[in-house]
Structures are given as structure tokens and as C-alpha cells.
Design a protein around this ligand. Structure first.
Ligand SMILES: Cc1cc2nc3c(=O)[nH]c(=O)nc-3n(C[C@H](O)[C@H](O)[C@H](O)COP(=O)(O)O)c2cc1C
Length: 379
């Protein structure tokens, strides 16, 4: 064995041991304020070349917009807003990283404490407010890192509006970013879709863009200029099921290509209960993680009943174990996104979920995940 090979193996062993130690490392991370721990994690990802060894399971391939992805697991929007670490996240197993949400101009987001752990409930509450370095800074990172994106792995890019842009002019904020993304990705072709984020609860008035009367014209004008499929991300907090259904119908009429369900929740009862329990040090915000699970699942199921099968749905909200993954596929999702589950479960999460899915398919003699999904009623 030559030295280089021996060193590889040693690095790999250190990495595997280190990642198995996450249950011991997590209390150290959790002793820091949530946003500080997140920044530390991003810094670690940026600087370190260590990563867990993730087996490749060809049975888990899925297709999205004519491309094959290594597996159905995606990092949800907001974890890697500025595209600082997506190249590293692929090595943790994700086949897709949704970067952003970006805005035309850099903005600091809300002041003060803006991310908080609800530890017992394996949930988070955040009021970040689209803190990001702006679309141009993202594109600089993207141009550098796009050649490092492995095969069968892609990006989604989530875009929003600047806080100071009134809703009447919001369409321009989205359009400017789409045009820049079209141009930047013409040669790399690693961006699979643009996600139109109109569901963050932390930009005042943003969710009004989901209104079923306004949304059609808004999405139509973005669809006209986009060189990539457009996905739209919705909230799990509509006034009524029929309003949600109308919004789905108007979005489909506008010609959108896919839907992400859901963003975080502003559910008042949930907020009251946990604000009291944890003395949360800020007002407002959106809850993610286990507490969001049932709501997200309900909206996904409701959407699948009216959204035609050829329009993909991506599930987001409270996913961190195989049962929930299966439940979302059965409810009509083609892919699942994860954020909070990764914080609580750690770096081996995607390896474990992949193994679970692979075992399930093998045991039940399904040739592939896609074959199993096709065998489900209503898919
Ligand atoms: C701290 C934090 C920041 C987030 N930022 C964004 C964002 O910028 N854009 C977005 O579309 N979603 C954002 N989200 C929502 C997540 O993408 C995801 O939809 C939501 O957290 C539910 O999934 P989870 O339960 O797996 O976390 C954010 C979530 C958290 C916890």
C-alpha cells in the first residue's frame, strides 16, 4: 500500500468516527445560540474536506425535469442561502441543494435573535427575513463551484424579493434574478429549477403574493422569461382549504412546472404554546421540524388531488425518518427536502435514510424507487 492510499484510508476512518460521534458533538453545538451554531457548521463545511462515506444505491435514482438524480433527498431552501457550501453538501448524500432564498440586493435580514431551538419537539422557530448576500454574490460562488458538482446532482435556486420592494413591484425583483440566472447557467446547466418563494412568513406582506387572484398574472410573467422550470413554494397557513385549492388552480393555469409544500408555519396556537413554554426571545417567525409535519403532509395530500401527475410535488416539513419519507411519497411527492431534521439528526441522516429506503425496496422486490412510486394509487 503506498503512502497516499494509506493516508486516504486514515482520513476516511477519522471522518467516519467523527460523524458517528455527532450525538456527542451535538450538545456542544446546541450550547451555542442557534444561528451561531449554524454559522459554525457552514464554516466547517467550507473549510473541511472531511465527509461521511455515502453508499450509492442505483435503485434510488429519481428523475426531475428530464434529469436523473442520485436519490430523492434534497437540502431545503435557507440552509445554504449564498451558495457557500453546496459542493460539500452533495458529499453528505443530498442529490439536490436548494440554495437561496436570494434577493436582488444584499440585505441583513431581521435584527436581533432570529433562530431558536424547540429541542424537545425537534423543531426550530426562525425569523431570519431573507438575510443574504444578494444574487450577484451567489452567482460568483456558483460560477466557481458549478464545475465541482458531481454527476446526478443539481441545484435549485430559490428567489424572493427585497424587504423594501413593495408587493406591486415584486415581480421585477423576481424577474431581474431570473434573467441573471438564465445567463449564468447557460453553459453550466446545473440549475434544475428556480423556486419562487412567496411563502416566507418573515418578509412583511410576502404571503399576500399567494392570493389566488393576483398569483396567475404574477407567475405568468415570470414563466415567460424563465429558461428553467419554475417551482413555487407555498405556506401551510391558508385561511381555508378552498383558498388553497384556488391558489393551486391559478398557479397551474399560469403554467408553473412544480410545487414545493411547505414552508414554515405561523399557526397561532402552536406559536402561543411554544412561546410560553420556551420564553422565545422574539415575536413572529415560522416553525419548522417535527411540529410542522402533519400540516405539511395535509397540504401535500390536498395539492396532489388537484395537481396533475406530470407536475412534480416536492415535500418539505418535518422529514427526518424513513416513515415520514414513505408517507410523503405515498401522498404524492417525488422528492423530499430536509432542513431541521439535518440539524437534529446530523451528518449521517441521508446515509441512514438512503439505507432504509434501499432495504425497503429490496425486501419488497421493487426494482427501483420510481417503479414502487408508479405502483402507488393516484401516482
Ligand atoms: C433557519 C431557517 C431558514 C430558512 N430559510 C428559508 C429560505 O430562505 N427560503 C425558503 O424557501 N425556506 C427557508 N426555510 C424553510 C425550509 O426550507 C423548510 O421549508 C422548512 O424549514 C420546513 O422543512 P424542515 O421541517 O425540514 O425544516 C428556512 C428554515 C429555517 C429553519
Amino acid at each position: 500500500m503506498n503512502w497516499a492510499r494509506k493516508k486516504d484510508i486514515t482520513d476516511c476512518t477519522v471522518a467516519i468516527n467523527l460523524f458517528h460521534l455527532y450525538p456527542l458533538i451535538r450538545p456542544i453545538l446546541f450550547s451555542m445560540a442557534a444561528e451561531k451554531a449554524h454559522e459554525r457548521a457552514l464554516h466547517f463545511l467550507e473549510k473541511s474536506s472531511l465527509h461521511p462515506s455515502i453508499p450509492d444505491y442505483p435503485r434510488l435514482r429519481v428523475s426531475l425535469f428530464g434529469h436523473t438524480l442520485a436519490n430523492p433527498f434534497a437540502m431545503a431552501g435557507g440552509f445554504d442561502k449564498d451558495g457557500r457550501v453546496f459542493d460539500k453538501l452533495f458529499h453528505y448524500g443530498f442529490s439536490l441543494v436548494e440554495t437561496g432564498t436570494l434577493t436582488p440586493l444584499a440585505q441583513p435580514g431581521n435584527a436581533g435573535i432570529r433562530m431558536f431551538r424547540l429541542k424537545k419537539e425537534k423543531s426550530l422557530i426562525n425569523r431570519m427575513g431573507f438575510n443574504n448576500a444578494g444574487i450577484d454574490a451567489f452567482l460568483e460562488n456558483y460560477r466557481k463551484k458549478a464545475p465541482l458538482i458531481p454527476n446526478l446532482r443539481f441545484l435549485g435556486v430559490s428567489i424572493g424579493k427585497n424587504k423594501n420592494t413593495p408587493n406591486e413591484e415584486a415581480v421585477r425583483d423576481y424577474a431581474v434574478q431570473i434573467e441573471k440566472l438564465n445567463e449564468a447557467d447557460a453553459s453550466f446547466r446545473k440549475i434544475l429549477y428556480y423556486a419562487i418563494n412567496i411563502s416566507s412568513p418573515n418578509t412583511p406582506g410576502l404571503r399576500e403574493l399567494q392570493d389566488d387572484k393576483a398569483i396567475r398574472g404574477f407567475l405568468e410573467s415570470l414563466k415567460k422569461i424563465s429558461h428553467r422550470p419554475l417551482m413555487v413554494k407555498f405556506a401551510p397557513d391558508f385561511d381555508s382549504v378552498s383558498r388553497f385549492q384556488k391558489t393551486m388552480e391559478s398557479s397551474l393555469e399560469a403554467g408553473i412546472d412544480g410545487i414545493i409544500l411547505t414552508n414554515t408555519t405561523t399557526d397561532a396556537d402552536m406559536h402561543d404554546a411554544f412561546r410560553r413554554k420556551y420564553s422565545i426571545p422574539f415575536e413572529g417567525g415560522g416553525i419548522s421540524g417535527q411540529l410542522l409535519k402533519d400540516k405539511s403532509s395535509f397540504y401535500l395530500k390536498t395539492a396532489r388531488k388537484i395537481v396533475p401527475a406530470h407536475i412534480p410535488l416536492i415535500a418539505s416539513g418535518g422529514i427526518s425518518d424513513n416513515n415520514t419519507v414513505w408517507e410523503r411519497f405515498v401522498s404524492g411527492a417525488g422528492l423530499v427536502q430536509i432542513y431541521t431534521g439535518f440539524i437534529y439528526s446530523g451528518p449521517l441522516l441521508i446515509a441512514n435514510l438512503s439505507q432504509g429506503l434501499q432495504d425497503f425496496l429490496e425486501k419488497n422486490h421493487y426494482e427501483s424507487l420510481e417503479k414502487w412510486r408508479q405502483s402507488l394509487p393516484e401516482n
